[in-house]
Design a protein around this ligand. Structure first.
Ligand SMILES: Cc1cc2nc3c(=O)[nH]c(=O)nc-3n(C[C@H](O)[C@H](O)[C@H](O)COP(=O)(O)O)c2cc1C
Length: 228
């Protein structure tokens, strides 16, 4: 592309002022050289644990909203954001979810104040004109390609599920993820006739810390990482 063409394109971009604002904000953040403090790392990762037992203490809707406001900021391919979340809170909803779970997981879900079904929408691409305006034809990658839609929905929906768990810890919740359930049963019970598919569950609340065991080994850098 010639220099002239680039300049023309830039001058026509109606979002140029917003691009500039974003660049300034990113530069300010970089210049601040913010170091994560130890307490935050302990809360989010180094001492945070997966929990299996729960105190009888409710989780307010504001906390769930705060959680989502953080989680939604994590990056996804083409800004796809395919994750959809169904919060299972009422006794009636828990009654419907319970038979879908492997028996050992049932009391973990039952005692949690809220269980999030982390799902993904196979029709996520319908939102792309709004979510990814740089490519007005982005939908074409998925409209007639169910494999591409499935791969992208699962990849990015799973990433968003991970952001969701870290965000939950950041707003002071304890977290216990579970994949020991029948996805087809959950989909039939909660998402029948829709384009949503369940991925995994996240129990949320304030943990009964007496229910955890010792921390299990993590693989070490040299076992996992290579540099070419
Ligand atoms: C996607 C996912 C699915 C999981 N499924 C189950 C499950 O079905 N039942 C269960 O008791 N724990 C489940 N776990 C918990 C893991 O075993 C636990 O997170 C892991 O051993 C690390 O524990 P820690 O966070 O306390 O170190 C799951 C965790 C994740 C992230």
């Amino acid at each position: 592309m010639s220099t002239t063409a680039t300049a023309e394109n830039t001058s026509k971009d109606p979002f140029e002022a917003q691009h500039e604002e974003a660049r300034k904000a990113a530069q300010i953040l970089q210049d601040e050289q913010i170091a994560v403090d130890t307490a935050t790392l302990r809360l989010l990762l180094t001492e945070a644990r997966t929990h299996y037992g729960w105190q009888d203490k409710p989780v307010g809707e504001n906390t769930l909203r705060e959680l989502y406001e953080l989680a939604k900021m994590g990056p996804t391919s083409m800004n796809q954001q395919p994750m959809r979340v169904l919060f299972i809170q009422s006794a009636d909803a828990k009654d419907r979810l319970e038979p879908c779970l492997m028996p050992p997981n049932r009391p973990k879900m039952r005692t949690a104040p809220v269980t999030a079904i982390i799902a993904y929408d196979l029709n996520f691409w319908e939102e792309l004109p709004r979510l990814f305006p740089p490519n007005p034809d982005a939908q074409d990658n998925f409209r007639n390609n169910t494999t591409a839609a499935q791969v992208n929905a699962f990849r990015n929906g799973t990433l968003q599920g991970a952001y969701f768990m870290i965000a939950a810890r950041a707003v002071g919740l304890d977290v216990g993820a579970m994949s020991g359930f029948d996805n087809a049963k959950v989909d039939e019970e909660f998402f029948h006739g829709t384009s949503l598919k369940s991925n995994f569950l996240v129990n949320l609340g304030y943990a009964d810390t007496s229910k955890i065991f010792r921390r299990l080994d993590r693989l070490e850098y040299d076992e996992v990482c290579q540099t070419l």
